[in-house]
Design a protein around this ligand. Structure first.
Ligand code: ZN
Length: 278
């Protein structure tokens, strides 16, 4: 499932290619992708629009148009967004949407399942800011995301740390894989009570979250399942995972055997020595 680094990889690739381009033609191949709009309404709304930028809010992408309108996209579990220099008719599987630009290039949205979505955002800038504020929590790669802020976000929380970090309303963009990796790096057990972390632990966790996300962005994301980047290529972060998917293998730090348990219904990988049980 695409997490923050995967969506950021796609964002930066599209940001180099599509701003300034006008949508000459749009096609909807699955009405569910643009629901509750009718495909014809969606096509009418985006056709002729010129893309100003490609922005990211957590795992959401926003494409503001020069008219003041804007489109949002979410890949959910298995969505893919690929830019092509030419026409999109290149065998992209499970095609849901296609945007053909005025220079002959195109953007295609494929999804082997039917969860990925594209929709239009409020035109009023204040309303749009409010919309995003209601949808996404703190952005862990933003300069404003300090250890102090992380401490504040965790303060008083009585749930375990792992599901707390997965809660998109608190911190946005972190999924199962990067939470496992960050908790391992910070030597924190996934079932520790979120509000019980000490100041040094919060500092270590803050550093670990940012470090793992930055490395993942630099590696173009992780292609452990269906993820491909904005150009259809695989990322390489899967080669840099230390505990996630490494059940039964030696911990790279202490050589203990990495275990897998369930935490909040999610397969969770951790080192019993580095991350002592609470
Ligand atoms: Zn270890």
């Amino acid at each position: 499932m695409p997490e923050l680094p995967e969506v950021e990889t796609i964002r930066s690739q599209l940001a180099e290619r599509i701003p300034g381009r006008t949508i000459a033609r749009a096609e909807v191949f699955d009405e569910k992708t643009v629901s509750p709009l009718e495909p014809v309404e969606f096509v009418e709304a985006v056709t002729g629009e010129t893309i100003l930028a490609v922005q990211r809010y957590g795992k959401y992408l926003e494409l503001p148009f020069s008219s003041g309108k804007a489109m949002a996209l979410h890949l959910r579990m298995t969505g893919r967004l690929h830019w092509r220099p030419g026409s999109a008719d290149d065998g992209t599987r499970f095609l849901k949407l296609e945007f053909a630009f005025d220079d002959g290039s195109s953007l295609v949205f494929g999804d082997m399942r039917r969860f990925g979505r594209a929709w239009l955002l409020p035109e009023n800038p204040a309303a749009r800011r409010e919309y995003w504020a209601s949808k996404v929590g703190a952005e862990p790669l933003a300069e404003t995301f300090t250890a102090k802020l992380l401490g504040k976000l965790l303060e008083g929380r009585r749930g375990p740390i792992k599901p707390t970090l997965l809660n998109q309303a608190i911190i946005t963009g972190l999924g199962n894989m990067y939470v496992d990796e960050a908790l391992f790096q910070a030597k924190i057990h996934p079932l520790r009570t979120a509000g019980s972390l000490t100041r040094p632990e919060i500092t270590a966790l803050h550093r670990a979250i940012r470090d793992r996300l930055r490395v993942a962005v630099a590696q173009g994301g992780a292609s452990i399942d269906s993820y491909r980047d904005g150009l259809g290529e695989r990322g390489s972060m899967q080669d840099y995972l230390k505990v996630h998917l490494h059940e039964g293998e030696a911990c790279p730090r202490c050589q203990s055997v990495i275990v897998k348990t369930k935490v909040a219904q999610r397969g969770t990988y951790w080192c019993p020595s580095c991350q002592p049980e609470p």
